[in-house]
Design a protein around this ligand. Structure first.
Ligand code: PAF
Length: 282
């Protein structure tokens, strides 16, 4: 596996690969890799000729300095995992490489980012869109692979690519879960053993909510019950539970059977912020 730390090295590699007629896949990550990331790499390897994974803890998408400071960083382990997964190249730039000067451009995704993560993490999607744009320009992939655990991020990236006519196909990949249902996340490694033991409640709450919605319960009632279940456990502090249209992400006042909806939540557990979602219908 080739390892690049400068944009110039990556551009040279990409130009040669594209010149040789290779189809390129991009798997952008912030490192602290887990099986979910490796599933993205495997999917990308099956679909393209060469896969560039990126590991960059993007400072501009963190609205909480502690979250940025505490975000796990294990570069050597990440490189070893990517190598063993058969990844073709790793781009692991320093912040100064990605941001030689502070950015001035600001993204506004309108209603898509006025809800959920966008509403609770001001500036988050501006940072995501900035770094994803830079990575797409540098890596020029034919396809880029993102996990569905970050459902709203996926919607924002699709909007970004459509609005700015990036010549890339965005591929959403299913959330990978532990056997007890906990969605894999780099942040899980910050959980205490006690926190880890109760963490599967998040997915249980989502599954119950999805079943109730499919049975005809009103979105507001589904949301209220999910929030009540989380508040019954003192380890959790729920930030939001939303029942939304799966594409527009706008909250649903009513649910028609078969309609594509997504139930998303964010909660703090032992000071670690976790998100998850399930899709219903569609
Ligand atoms: O999902 C992530 O890990 C990050 O938001 C991404 C897409 C790599 C951008 O920094």
């Amino acid at each position: 596996m080739k390892i690049f730390v400068t944009a110039a090295e990556l551009r040279t590699y990409v130009a040669a690969a594209r010149g040789a007629g290779q189809r390129l896949g991009l798997v952008p990550t912030m490192g602290a890799l887990h099986t979910g990331h490796l599933a993205l790499v495997r999917t990308a390897l099956a679909a393209t000729d060469a896969v560039v994974a990126t590991v960059f803890v993007n400072p501009t998408q963190f609205n909480n300095p502690d979250d940025f400071r505490l975000y796990p960083r294990v570069p050597d382990a990440d490189a070893a995992l990517l190598e063993s997964a058969g990844c073709t190249a790793l781009f692991a730039p320093a912040p100064e490489e990605m941001y030689p000067a502070p950015t001035v451009l600001r993204f506004d995704f309108g209603p898509l980012e006025r809800v959920m993560e966008g509403a609770h993490r001001p500036g988050h999607f501006n940072g995501v869109a900035t770094v994803v744009s830079k990575l797409l320009h540098l890596a020029q992939p034919h396809q880029a692979f993102f996990g569905q655990k970050d459902w709203q991020q996926l919607a924002v990236v699709r909007q970004l690519v459509a609005d700015l006519s990036f010549d890339v196909e965005i591929v959403g990949c299913p959330t990978v879960r532990e056997s007890d249902g906990l969605a894999l996340s780099s942040r899980n490694r910050r959980l205490t053993p006690e926190g880890r033991a109760v963490a599967p409640l998040l997915y249980q709450v989502l599954q119950t909510a999805a079943a109730r919605l499919a049975q005809g319960a009103a979105p507001a009632a589904v949301q209220a019950q999910a929030l009540a279940t989380l508040s019954d456990n003192p380890r959790f502090t729920a930030e939001y539970v939303e029942v939304a249209d799966a594409l527009t992400l706008q909250p649903l006042a009513a649910y028609a059977s078969g309609q594509p909806a997504v139930i998303c939540l964010a909660a703090h557990l032992d000071g670690v912020r976790l998100i998850d979602n399930v899709v219903v219908g569609g």
